[in-house]
Ligand binder design. Structure first.
Ligand SMILES: C[S@@+](CC[C@H](N)C(=O)[O-])C[C@H]1O[C@@H](n2cnc3c(N)ncnc32)[C@H](O)[C@@H]1O
Length: 218
């Protein structure tokens, strides 16, 4: 799924709707000029979340806009993985809409602590600090659905972007149950994102892909 907004990420405050075309030309995923930002680094996000003081922020879209797609592909009984959850309200909004089991992960320990405190009384929401490129704490085929809104985009702005993307996609592939769904909400053009998403099937059997994921994660 692509975001309806084509706006890029920016190192400055705010999300997609505040950005301009110039930023798009500065990503390192082949869509632009190649300057590398630190969106792929935990330190960048930690500092940003400290600065924002825990204020909620949803990149690209709120749940209300995404709901028709989410409800279509992931019924409320689904076990969900929210990748790079940040301070977004989407998981809270999904619980209000009937979802009962959402595991939220993010590389930033700062935002994970903030979200844990904020939602300590909502058992449907769990938060763990984790790098999406190594989710080995979870067993194979643990989730019905994985949602990423802006995290692959962050990795694509970092160093070794294609390798990071491959590691992420292989981990998601490993964690999804057969028939599971990966929803990607991204500013990236399909030509810059779909090749990464297609990698698992290009790599052969599910068992071989799991082996590769394990090798790349360590
Ligand atoms: C653009 S923000 C999107 C946040 C949220 N998903 C939203 O929709 O508002 C990207 C998020 O990905 C997280 N992130 C970046 N690299 C990551 C990685 N390797 N593993 C897990 N999370 C990562 C950042 O900490 C940040 O919270």
């Amino acid at each position: 799924m692509s975001s309806s907004s084509a706006a890029p990420m920016s190192p400055s405050r705010g999300g997609a709707e505040e950005e301009d075309e110039e930023g798009a030309a500065r990503t390192s995923d082949g869509s632009g000029g190649g300057t590398v930002f630190s969106y792929g680094e935990a330190g960048y996000w930690d500092a940003r979340y400290v600065e924002e003081g825990g204020a909620p922020y949803d990149w690209y879209q709120r749940y209300a806009a995404l709901r028709p797609f989410v409800r279509l592909f992931a019924p409320p009984a689904s076990r969900l993985l929210m990748i790079g959850c940040g301070s977004a309200l989407i998981s809270e909004d999904m619980v209000a809409d009937g979802y009962t089991d959402i595991m939220n992960i993010d590389i930033s320990s700062v935002v994970i602590e903030m979200m844990r405190k904020k939602y300590f009384d909502i058992p449907q929401l769990q938060y763990m600090q984790m790098d999406v490129r190594d989710m080995s704490i979870f067993s194979d085929e643990s989730f019905d659905c994985a949602i990423d809104k802006g995290t692959l985009d962050s990795l694509m702005c970092g160093v070794e972007a294609p390798l990071s993307a491959a590691r992420m996609v292989l981990e998601v592939d490993r964690l999804l149950k057969p028939g599971g769904v990966f929803m990607l909400i991204t500013y990236g053009d399909p030509s810059a994102r779909v090749p990464h998403l297609n990698q698992p099937q290009d790599l052969g059997s599910r068992e071989r892909r799991k082996d590769l994921s394990s090798i790349l994660s360590h």
